[in-house]
Design a protein around this ligand. Structure first.
Ligand code: ADP
Ligand code: MG
Length: 419
């Protein structure tokens, strides 16, 4: 194979595996990734190094050319010093069976690279995108020059100059593409997570007013009973009744606050199995004060025993966002229906239906776009975007049907949890 074919093949392999790694592990199975990040990065880079060394361009009996530098550098920078040292061992050992004086050249070059990367990797994460790109660019450039100087004497004729140029250029461009690519994927992901947090803070503050209102009722009732208990002539039976009612009311207030705080608290980001009925009931409990405030009656028909997979707190956030929109669509009161059932295709469906203002087709089209809101300063236009993002993350889909003036129906489909 000629040099360019080899380098392109190397690069495609590195890009594809990096892409799969970022999308599948870092984004979809974040928990797994978070448990063993160093191990997984080392594993990915090792596979890439072995591939590169297995499909090289043979310069002469002593030297081979490939893009093994890319996984060594990228893996080391993102994985940290320990990963960098592991990759050093891998790249040195993997080069030995091929033999030739290149084994030693590889050893010294990689040692230099590893020392530098171990040092810089501690700070690398905090670099800006431009600084990251400059860093990898610098490393690839220095490495190419190093190789050129060390192997220079074997390239006596001028055609070798173009050989080295192609090699150096592909290496430099390749490492820039891979780094850029990782950064873009990560930035998108973290940006979306930041939006989910912003939306949650928004919901929390919206609910706060109605929650505190709802808590005031039991407190007022309790106060009234306590007042009456002051009267010494009160019968024993009545006294007991007042006391019990006061305690019940306080319990209710406590429960409302507890639910609210559970939702408001920052969540732990751990996916687990979710009992659909139970969790929807918790969300309904939480939104009840808000619904009462708008005189909205919530009716439910929830199937028992449905289980899905995901992060409970994010699931609550979705359900709350949709119900909250439904309530807000009925400012003068109305009915909201929520029902769940199991479908034949291994999915659970959750239907949330309101009898509110509805949406025009143009509005439905815009639903889920960031900052699309018809509620002026009362809306953020983040709620539905977050819903779509979370449901897609959980492997599900959202369907909307709406008739202006009549109401809106959201249908969420989510894959059932397999045990
Ligand atoms: P926000 O509620 O902050 O406006 P959302 O992303 O939650 O942002 O909703 C975006 C827009 O979609 C709302 O402003 C509203 O116009 C429309 N919308 C969402 N749900 C409903 C609904 N159930 N009925 C009518 N309009 C809705
Ligand atoms: Mg909303």
């Amino acid at each position: 194979m000629d040099l360019l074919t080899v380098l392109v093949l190397n690069l495609i392999f590195i890009l594809l595996t990096t892409f799969a790694f970022q999308y599948i592990l870092v984004i979809r199975f974040t928990n797994l990734y978070m448990k063993f990040p160093k191990f997984l990065i080392s594993l990915l880079s090792t596979i890439q190094i072995l591939f590169c060394i297995s499909f090289p361009m043979t310069g002469n009996e002593n030297f081979i050319f490939d893009l093994r530098l890319i996984p060594v550098v990228v893996g080391g920078l993102y994985g940290g010093p320990i990963v960098s040292i592991i990759l050093f061992v891998v790249v040195v050992l993997a080069r030995i069976p091929i033999g030739g004086s290149g084994v030693w050249v590889n050893f010294f070059n990689m040692l230099t690279v590893t020392v530098f990367i171990s040092y810089i990797s501690i700070r690398f994460r905090a670099f800006s995108l431009t600084k990251k790109l400059y860093t990898v660019f610098g490393i690839a450039l220095c490495y190419s020059i190093l190789i050129f100087l060390m192997k220079g004497e074997i390239f006596k004729d001028p055609s070798n100059l173009s050989f080295m140029l192609i090699y150096g250029l592909t290496l430099t461009i390749g490492i820039l593409i891979v780094t850029y690519y990782i950064e873009i994927i990560r930035q998108n992901y973290f940006l979306q997570n930041a939006v989910i947090k912003t939306d949650k803070i928004e919901v929390v503050s919206h609910l706060a007013a109605s929650v505190s209102h709802e808590v005031r009722n039991p407190l007022t009732v309790t106060r009234g009973f306590l007042q009456m208990l002051k009267d010494p002539s009160i019968e024993e039976e009545k006294r007991l009744y007042y006391l019990n009612t006061a305690i019940d009311e306080l319990d209710r207030a406590e429960m409302i606050i507890k639910d609210y705080l559970t939702f408001a608290k920052p969540h732990s980001d751990i996916a687990s199995s979710i009992l659909v009925k139970e969790e929807i009931e918790k969300a309904l409990e939480l939104i009840l004060p808000y619904a009462n405030h708008f005189s909205v009656k919530i009716q439910r028909d929830l199937a028992t025993g449905l289980t899905i997979t995901g992060e409970v707190s994010k699931f609550h956030q979705c359900i709350l966002n949709i119900i909250k929109n439904g309530i807000e669509a009925m400012p003068n009161g109305g009915d909201l229906f929520i029902s769940t059932r199991e479908r034949e295709n291994g999915f659970a469906s959750i239907v949330i239906k309101d009898t509110g203002c509805g949406m025009s087709p143009a509005q439905i089209d815009k639903l889920g776009e960031p900052y699309f809101s018809t509620k002026a300063e009362k809306g953020t236009g983040l709620g539905m975007m977050v819903v779509y993002k979370i449901i897609h993350e959980m492997g599900g889909s959202v369907e909307v049907m709406s008739i202006p003036g009549e109401g809106t129906q959201f249908t969420i489909s989510l894959p059932l949890h397999h045990t």
